[in-house]
Design a protein around this ligand. Structure first.
Ligand code: AMP
Length: 308
Protein backbone atom coordinates (compact mmCIF):
# COMPACT_ATOMS: atom_id res chain seq x y z
CA UNK A 1 0.00 0.00 0.00
CA UNK A 2 1.23 3.48 -0.72
CA UNK A 3 2.84 5.80 1.74
CA UNK A 4 2.80 9.59 1.59
CA UNK A 5 5.47 11.82 3.10
CA UNK A 6 5.68 15.57 3.56
CA UNK A 7 8.99 16.92 4.76
CA UNK A 8 12.13 18.77 3.83
CA UNK A 9 14.17 18.11 0.72
CA UNK A 10 17.39 19.84 1.55
CA UNK A 11 20.95 20.75 0.82
CA UNK A 12 22.91 19.97 3.99
CA UNK A 13 26.32 21.18 5.09
CA UNK A 14 27.79 18.76 7.60
CA UNK A 15 30.74 18.66 9.94
CA UNK A 16 31.63 15.43 11.68
CA UNK A 17 34.93 14.37 13.30
CA UNK A 18 35.61 12.49 10.05
CA UNK A 19 35.21 15.30 7.57
CA UNK A 20 33.16 18.11 6.17
CA UNK A 21 30.70 18.32 3.26
CA UNK A 22 28.94 21.32 1.70
CA UNK A 23 25.50 21.33 0.08
CA UNK A 24 25.01 17.57 -0.04
CA UNK A 25 21.63 15.93 -0.54
CA UNK A 26 19.58 15.77 2.68
CA UNK A 27 16.19 16.51 4.17
CA UNK A 28 13.67 14.55 6.17
CA UNK A 29 11.51 13.58 3.17
CA UNK A 30 14.60 12.55 1.18
CA UNK A 31 15.95 10.09 3.75
CA UNK A 32 12.47 8.85 4.59
CA UNK A 33 11.36 8.22 1.02
CA UNK A 34 14.61 6.58 -0.04
CA UNK A 35 14.48 4.22 2.93
CA UNK A 36 10.77 3.41 2.52
CA UNK A 37 11.17 2.87 -1.24
CA UNK A 38 12.79 -0.51 -0.52
CA UNK A 39 9.42 -1.69 0.80
CA UNK A 40 6.50 0.17 -0.78
CA UNK A 41 5.52 2.90 -3.30
CA UNK A 42 6.20 6.36 -1.84
CA UNK A 43 4.62 9.72 -2.71
CA UNK A 44 6.47 12.91 -1.80
CA UNK A 45 5.07 16.36 -0.98
CA UNK A 46 7.85 18.96 -0.79
CA UNK A 47 9.42 21.93 -2.52
CA UNK A 48 12.90 22.65 -3.84
CA UNK A 49 14.45 25.84 -5.20
CA UNK A 50 16.00 26.70 -8.54
CA UNK A 51 19.43 25.69 -7.25
CA UNK A 52 18.48 22.08 -6.50
CA UNK A 53 20.48 19.72 -8.75
CA UNK A 54 18.32 17.80 -11.21
CA UNK A 55 20.53 14.75 -10.60
CA UNK A 56 19.12 14.39 -7.08
CA UNK A 57 15.58 14.20 -8.47
CA UNK A 58 16.73 11.66 -11.04
CA UNK A 59 18.10 9.57 -8.17
CA UNK A 60 14.81 9.71 -6.23
CA UNK A 61 12.88 8.78 -9.38
CA UNK A 62 15.27 5.87 -9.97
CA UNK A 63 14.11 4.52 -6.60
CA UNK A 64 10.54 4.54 -7.94
CA UNK A 65 9.56 7.49 -5.72
CA UNK A 66 6.55 9.47 -6.96
CA UNK A 67 7.56 13.14 -7.20
CA UNK A 68 4.29 14.54 -8.59
CA UNK A 69 3.83 16.41 -5.29
CA UNK A 70 7.34 17.85 -5.29
CA UNK A 71 7.44 21.31 -6.85
CA UNK A 72 10.31 23.55 -7.90
CA UNK A 73 9.79 27.21 -6.97
CA UNK A 74 11.80 30.39 -7.54
CA UNK A 75 14.33 30.86 -4.74
CA UNK A 76 16.81 28.77 -2.82
CA UNK A 77 16.38 25.23 -1.53
CA UNK A 78 15.95 24.57 2.23
CA UNK A 79 19.39 24.49 3.83
CA UNK A 80 20.56 22.98 7.09
CA UNK A 81 24.04 23.20 8.59
CA UNK A 82 24.89 20.81 11.39
CA UNK A 83 27.84 19.65 13.40
CA UNK A 84 28.53 16.46 15.37
CA UNK A 85 31.24 15.99 17.97
CA UNK A 86 32.78 12.65 18.90
CA UNK A 87 29.58 11.99 20.82
CA UNK A 88 27.75 11.36 17.56
CA UNK A 89 24.31 11.00 19.11
CA UNK A 90 23.16 14.58 18.83
CA UNK A 91 23.48 17.14 16.06
CA UNK A 92 24.21 20.72 16.85
CA UNK A 93 22.28 22.91 14.42
CA UNK A 94 24.48 25.77 13.22
CA UNK A 95 22.02 27.22 10.72
CA UNK A 96 18.52 26.55 9.34
CA UNK A 97 17.36 28.42 6.23
CA UNK A 98 13.76 27.64 5.31
CA UNK A 99 14.04 29.44 1.95
CA UNK A 100 11.37 28.06 -0.44
CA UNK A 101 9.60 26.33 2.48
CA UNK A 102 8.76 29.75 3.93
CA UNK A 103 6.00 30.41 1.41
CA UNK A 104 5.17 26.79 0.61
CA UNK A 105 1.54 25.77 0.58
CA UNK A 106 1.25 22.05 -0.22
CA UNK A 107 -1.36 20.96 -2.79
CA UNK A 108 -1.81 17.23 -2.90
CA UNK A 109 -2.15 15.68 -6.34
CA UNK A 110 -5.51 13.88 -6.62
CA UNK A 111 -3.76 10.50 -6.69
CA UNK A 112 -2.23 11.13 -3.24
CA UNK A 113 -5.47 11.78 -1.35
CA UNK A 114 -6.47 8.15 -0.85
CA UNK A 115 -3.11 7.12 0.56
CA UNK A 116 -3.58 4.89 3.61
CA UNK A 117 -0.24 5.62 5.33
CA UNK A 118 0.89 9.18 5.97
CA UNK A 119 4.20 10.34 7.40
CA UNK A 120 4.41 13.98 8.47
CA UNK A 121 8.16 14.41 8.28
CA UNK A 122 10.12 17.02 10.15
CA UNK A 123 8.88 20.38 8.83
CA UNK A 124 6.70 23.25 10.07
CA UNK A 125 3.74 21.69 11.97
CA UNK A 126 1.30 23.90 10.05
CA UNK A 127 2.51 22.38 6.78
CA UNK A 128 2.06 18.95 8.35
CA UNK A 129 -1.54 19.90 9.23
CA UNK A 130 -2.22 21.26 5.73
CA UNK A 131 -1.25 17.91 4.25
CA UNK A 132 -3.46 16.10 6.74
CA UNK A 133 -6.38 18.34 5.76
CA UNK A 134 -6.13 17.01 2.20
CA UNK A 135 -5.97 13.26 2.78
CA UNK A 136 -9.30 11.44 2.88
CA UNK A 137 -9.26 8.58 5.38
CA UNK A 138 -5.73 7.53 6.29
CA UNK A 139 -5.27 4.23 8.11
CA UNK A 140 -2.32 5.53 10.09
CA UNK A 141 -0.79 8.99 10.50
CA UNK A 142 2.75 9.16 11.87
CA UNK A 143 4.83 12.25 12.49
CA UNK A 144 8.32 13.37 13.36
CA UNK A 145 9.52 16.72 14.64
CA UNK A 146 12.57 18.34 16.19
CA UNK A 147 13.74 20.92 18.72
CA UNK A 148 13.49 23.73 16.13
CA UNK A 149 9.68 23.28 15.93
CA UNK A 150 9.11 22.17 19.55
CA UNK A 151 10.64 25.44 20.68
CA UNK A 152 9.67 27.74 17.81
CA UNK A 153 6.14 26.54 16.90
CA UNK A 154 4.95 24.71 19.99
CA UNK A 155 1.26 25.68 19.81
CA UNK A 156 0.96 24.61 16.15
CA UNK A 157 2.82 21.40 16.90
CA UNK A 158 0.50 20.48 19.80
CA UNK A 159 -2.48 21.05 17.49
CA UNK A 160 -1.03 18.79 14.80
CA UNK A 161 -0.18 16.13 17.40
CA UNK A 162 -3.85 15.78 18.33
CA UNK A 163 -4.34 14.35 14.83
CA UNK A 164 -1.35 12.00 14.88
CA UNK A 165 -1.47 8.26 15.73
CA UNK A 166 2.25 7.64 16.10
CA UNK A 167 5.06 10.06 16.93
CA UNK A 168 8.78 9.53 16.29
CA UNK A 169 11.10 11.65 18.43
CA UNK A 170 14.60 11.30 19.84
CA UNK A 171 15.14 11.32 23.60
CA UNK A 172 16.15 14.99 23.80
CA UNK A 173 13.05 15.99 21.79
CA UNK A 174 10.83 13.80 23.98
CA UNK A 175 12.16 15.60 27.06
CA UNK A 176 11.72 19.02 25.50
CA UNK A 177 8.20 18.27 24.29
CA UNK A 178 6.98 16.72 27.56
CA UNK A 179 9.00 18.62 30.16
CA UNK A 180 9.86 15.22 31.72
CA UNK A 181 13.48 14.13 32.05
CA UNK A 182 12.84 10.41 32.40
CA UNK A 183 12.08 8.86 28.98
CA UNK A 184 9.35 6.57 30.30
CA UNK A 185 7.57 9.52 31.91
CA UNK A 186 8.18 11.58 28.77
CA UNK A 187 6.62 8.84 26.62
CA UNK A 188 3.56 8.65 28.88
CA UNK A 189 3.14 12.42 28.70
CA UNK A 190 3.33 12.33 24.89
CA UNK A 191 0.71 9.54 24.84
CA UNK A 192 -1.58 12.09 26.48
CA UNK A 193 -1.08 14.62 23.66
CA UNK A 194 -2.83 12.67 20.87
CA UNK A 195 -0.63 9.85 19.60
CA UNK A 196 -1.53 6.36 20.83
CA UNK A 197 2.03 5.22 20.09
CA UNK A 198 5.39 6.88 20.45
CA UNK A 199 8.83 5.77 19.28
CA UNK A 200 11.72 7.31 21.20
CA UNK A 201 14.99 7.04 19.28
CA UNK A 202 18.17 6.97 21.29
CA UNK A 203 20.90 6.91 18.64
CA UNK A 204 23.45 4.18 19.25
CA UNK A 205 21.41 2.98 22.26
CA UNK A 206 18.50 1.92 20.07
CA UNK A 207 14.83 2.85 20.15
CA UNK A 208 11.83 2.30 22.42
CA UNK A 209 8.23 1.84 21.30
CA UNK A 210 5.52 2.76 23.78
CA UNK A 211 1.77 2.44 23.74
CA UNK A 212 -0.64 2.43 26.65
CA UNK A 213 -0.09 -1.30 27.33
CA UNK A 214 3.36 -2.26 26.02
CA UNK A 215 6.99 -1.22 25.79
CA UNK A 216 9.32 -2.73 23.21
CA UNK A 217 13.07 -2.06 23.19
CA UNK A 218 15.13 -2.49 20.03
CA UNK A 219 18.91 -2.02 20.01
CA UNK A 220 20.83 -0.13 17.35
CA UNK A 221 22.95 -2.40 15.20
CA UNK A 222 26.46 -2.41 16.73
CA UNK A 223 28.63 -0.84 14.03
CA UNK A 224 32.40 -0.46 14.08
CA UNK A 225 32.26 2.60 11.81
CA UNK A 226 29.77 5.43 12.26
CA UNK A 227 30.51 8.22 9.85
CA UNK A 228 27.59 10.61 9.70
CA UNK A 229 24.42 10.24 11.82
CA UNK A 230 22.45 12.73 9.68
CA UNK A 231 19.20 11.25 8.51
CA UNK A 232 19.30 8.24 10.83
CA UNK A 233 15.96 9.21 12.37
CA UNK A 234 14.18 9.71 9.05
CA UNK A 235 15.70 6.56 7.62
CA UNK A 236 14.46 4.69 10.69
CA UNK A 237 10.97 6.08 10.15
CA UNK A 238 11.13 5.11 6.44
CA UNK A 239 12.01 1.49 7.23
CA UNK A 240 9.37 1.41 9.97
CA UNK A 241 6.52 2.91 7.93
CA UNK A 242 7.54 0.98 4.79
CA UNK A 243 7.22 -2.23 6.80
CA UNK A 244 3.76 -1.28 8.07
CA UNK A 245 2.60 -0.36 4.58
CA UNK A 246 3.54 -3.75 3.13
CA UNK A 247 1.53 -5.71 5.69
CA UNK A 248 -1.98 -6.85 4.80
CA UNK A 249 -3.39 -7.36 8.28
CA UNK A 250 -3.83 -5.14 11.31
CA UNK A 251 -1.14 -2.88 12.74
CA UNK A 252 -0.55 -5.09 15.80
CA UNK A 253 2.35 -5.65 18.19
CA UNK A 254 4.21 -8.30 16.12
CA UNK A 255 4.09 -6.04 13.06
CA UNK A 256 5.14 -2.96 15.04
CA UNK A 257 8.08 -4.88 16.50
CA UNK A 258 9.20 -6.01 13.06
CA UNK A 259 8.88 -2.38 11.92
CA UNK A 260 11.13 -1.28 14.81
CA UNK A 261 13.80 -3.77 13.76
CA UNK A 262 13.54 -2.78 10.09
CA UNK A 263 13.81 0.88 11.09
CA UNK A 264 17.01 0.08 12.97
CA UNK A 265 18.36 -1.96 10.05
CA UNK A 266 17.83 0.88 7.56
CA UNK A 267 19.24 3.54 9.89
CA UNK A 268 22.35 1.42 10.45
CA UNK A 269 23.16 1.72 6.74
CA UNK A 270 22.62 5.49 6.56
CA UNK A 271 25.17 6.30 9.27
CA UNK A 272 27.95 4.28 7.61
CA UNK A 273 28.66 7.01 5.03
CA UNK A 274 27.98 10.71 4.43
CA UNK A 275 24.58 11.96 3.25
CA UNK A 276 22.66 9.32 1.29
CA UNK A 277 25.80 7.67 -0.09
CA UNK A 278 25.22 4.35 1.67
CA UNK A 279 21.46 4.27 1.06
CA UNK A 280 22.15 4.80 -2.64
CA UNK A 281 24.19 1.64 -2.95
CA UNK A 282 22.55 -0.74 -0.46
CA UNK A 283 20.80 -3.75 -2.00
CA UNK A 284 17.87 -5.80 -0.72
CA UNK A 285 19.97 -8.91 0.12
CA UNK A 286 22.13 -6.79 2.48
CA UNK A 287 18.99 -5.46 4.16
CA UNK A 288 17.66 -8.99 4.66
CA UNK A 289 21.03 -10.21 5.93
CA UNK A 290 21.21 -7.44 8.50
CA UNK A 291 17.64 -8.13 9.58
CA UNK A 292 18.66 -11.78 10.18
CA UNK A 293 21.71 -10.60 12.13
CA UNK A 294 19.36 -8.55 14.34
CA UNK A 295 17.46 -11.71 15.14
CA UNK A 296 20.69 -13.42 16.26
CA UNK A 297 21.79 -10.29 18.13
CA UNK A 298 18.67 -10.13 20.24
CA UNK A 299 17.80 -13.82 20.60
CA UNK A 300 17.99 -15.56 23.95
CA UNK A 301 16.68 -18.95 25.00
CA UNK A 302 14.04 -19.05 27.63
CA UNK A 303 15.54 -21.60 30.01
CA UNK A 304 12.50 -21.64 32.25
CA UNK A 305 12.31 -20.37 35.82
CA UNK A 306 15.47 -18.75 37.22
CA UNK A 307 16.97 -20.88 40.05
CA UNK A 308 17.45 -18.92 43.26
P1 AMP B 1 17.59 13.34 11.21
O1 AMP B 1 16.99 12.09 10.66
O2 AMP B 1 16.87 13.82 12.42
O3 AMP B 1 19.08 13.26 11.36
O4 AMP B 1 17.28 14.48 10.12
C1 AMP B 1 18.27 15.06 9.32
C2 AMP B 1 17.69 15.91 8.22
O5 AMP B 1 16.73 16.82 8.76
C3 AMP B 1 18.73 16.73 7.54
O6 AMP B 1 19.02 16.18 6.28
C4 AMP B 1 18.16 18.15 7.45
O7 AMP B 1 18.12 18.64 6.15
C5 AMP B 1 16.74 18.01 8.01
N1 AMP B 1 16.40 19.11 8.92
C6 AMP B 1 17.18 19.69 9.87
N2 AMP B 1 16.50 20.67 10.52
C7 AMP B 1 15.27 20.72 9.95
C8 AMP B 1 14.09 21.51 10.17
N3 AMP B 1 14.05 22.48 11.12
N4 AMP B 1 13.00 21.27 9.42
C9 AMP B 1 13.03 20.30 8.48
N5 AMP B 1 14.09 19.52 8.22
C10 AMP B 1 15.20 19.71 8.94
Amino acid sequence: MSLLVVGSVALDSLETPFGQKEDVLGGSATYFSTSASFFTPVQVVAVVGEDFPEGHLTFLKSRGIDLEGLTREPGRTFRWRGRYGWELNEAQTLDTQLNVFQSFSPKLPEAYRDTPYVFLGNIHPELQAQVLDQVKAPKLVAADTMNFWIKGSRAALLKTLERVNLLFVNDAEARQLSGEHNVVKAARAILGMGPSRVVIKRGEYGALLFDHDHIFACPAFPLSEVFDPTGAGDTFAGGFMGTLATARGAVDQPLLRRAMVMGSVMASFTVEKFSLERLREVQRPEIHARFAEFRRLTHFDDLGPIEA
